[in-house]
Design a protein. Structure first.
Length: 459
């Protein structure tokens, strides 16, 4: 009887390859970091636990409901190695600096802290911005209460991040402290001669009564041209950010993804909101060949307020996927979400927003809207706003629209003496401005407004 060789599934063998690379990367720690023994032990325990979990998971395929519109086959074509730390000159990140966040900037290169590029001067008392090696002893003892505490909704990519992260960008705002200027978390991916993988990690803790603004920024240090259109060796960014808001805390969070045109970006934000807390997320995605933003929010007390503003601007053959899940578990919760996509050429946008309102979430007010603008007949959008309501005393609504530029509106502007190209640009700018206008930085508003004009120039 002949022995029959059973070939493992492609997704299984690929996951094993990533795990091998991650373990290899951990054996070569970055010279930029030196942790206290207590922190080192905490990280090892977290990684070991995640390694047990990840062996039960698989790389998703289009057969999985949550990924049925997002084909990861292009990702599986590359044998990524873990990226190493590469020093950069300050001039290389000059186009990425946000003046409003002066002296409040922390930079990571390929997931590792870059002290020479960070600018952390004059940080007010009661506010910590830095990496794990700089974390004060009093906060080190509290770290296990927050870092990697998302036990539900385990997914393979965030668990992979947990098996291999070797440092964390930490923002910790203590009780009743307010920081007026934004904090800039800049995560730079540097392509190599071969495909590389980096796994940035961030932790934001807003204690009771605190208020802060955080800009989470992913880019490549490409000086010339739009970074999101640059063709370099493929790289994979697998990012996780955990955000905790205690009672009556406020966090205004902006996530900006501008990976290179050949990049893959999968990022997860998980947010825990305490009683009467207020969380706002402004998510803007322009770059990467394939990107996915997973956003999970858990309201853990009464009277919480959550606002999600999203803008996706893609062209060529880009694919950008946004999946959000809002868990309203207490009374008097408020949730407002608007997500916009501008799709050009053969690009493909995906949006799935879930809102769960169980019996315990009476008096909830939830609104969700997906608006999409197709600039090309070859573009595609799959949108699915989704409400699951059990509570009976609530006010909830959701909707979705997909349209092209209105010819009547173009005609109206042309009748006022504008060219057809300028008329179209004004309408596209106005569509994007509703989201861009909510960003906490005038510099970012100007930069992204120019990006909209540049990316739609030939539409």
């Amino acid at each position: 009887m002949n022995n029959i060789a059973i070939k493992p599934k492609r997704e299984v063998s690929y996951l094993n390859h990533l795990l091998e690379q991650i373990q290899s990367g951990l054996s070569q720690p970055s010279p930029q970091t030196s942790f206290a023994s207590e922190v080192t032990l905490q990280l090892q325990n977290i990684r070991d636990h995640a390694l047990t979990w990840v062996k039960e998971l698989e790389i998703p395929t289009k057969r999985d409901e949550e990924w049925r519109f997002t084909d990861l086959s292009p990702l599986l074509e590359h044998q990524f190695k873990v990226a190493s730390f590469v020093p950069l000159e300050a001039e290389a990140i000059a186009p990425l600096i946000i003046p409003e966040a002066e002296h409040k900037r922390i930079v990571f290169i390929n997931g590792m802290y870059a002290p020479d590029l960070s600018d952390l001067q004059d940080i007010p008392e009661g506010i910590f911005i830095g990496n794990l090696a700089q974390l004060p002893e009093k906060l080190q003892k509290r770290l296990p209460n927050y870092l990697s505490q998302q036990q539900s909704n385990q997914d393979v990519f965030s668990t992979l991040n947990t098996t291999g992260f070797n440092d964390v960008a930490v923002v910790w705002v203590e009780k009743n402290k307010t920081l007026e200027t934004p904090i800039h978390l800049l995560f730079i991916a540097l392509p190599d001669r071969f495909p590389v993988m980096n796994q940035p990690r961030a932790l934001i803790v807003a204690e009771t009564g605190s208020s802060s603004t955080v800009i989470e920024h992913y880019a490549t240090a490409e000086v010339f041209g739009c970074s999101d259109q640059v063709n370099v060796q493929p790289y994979f960014t697998n990012a996780v950010t955990e955000i905790y808001l205690e009672e009556n805390a406020e966090v205004n969070h902006t996530k900006l993804q501008r990976g290179a045109g050949t990049a893959f970006h999968i990022g997860k934000n998980v947010v825990f909101q305490g009683r009467n807390s207020r969380y706002t997320c402004n998510a803007v995605s322009l770059g990467a060949k394939l990107s996915r933003h997973n956003l999970d929010i858990y309201q853990q007390g009464e009277g919480t307020e959550t606002t999600l503003n999203g803008l996706t601007l893609i062209g060529s053959e880009q694919l950008a996927d946004t999946h959000s899940a809002m868990m309203l578990n207490h009374q008097h919760g408020t949730f407002n979400q608007i997500h916009k996509c501008i799709i050009d050429h053969k690009a493909h946008g995906v949006f799935n927003g879930k809102v769960f309102v169980p019996q315990t979430a009476q008096f909830t007010n939830a609104n969700q809207l997906s608006r999409n603008l197709l600039l090309s007949s070859k573009g595609r959008i799959d949108t699915k706003p989704q409400l699951e309501i059990v509570a009976d005393n609530v006010k909830c609504s959701h909707g979705a629209t997909v349209s092209q530029l209105e010819e009547d509106e173009v005609f109206y502007l042309r009748s006022r003496g504008l060219s057809e190209t300028l008329s179209r640009h004004l309408l596209i700018d106005a569509f994007a401005a509703e989201i861009i206008g909510k960003l906490p930085s005038e510099t970012l508003k100007q930069v992204l407004s120019r990006c909209v004009s540049c990316r739609t120039e030939f539409s």
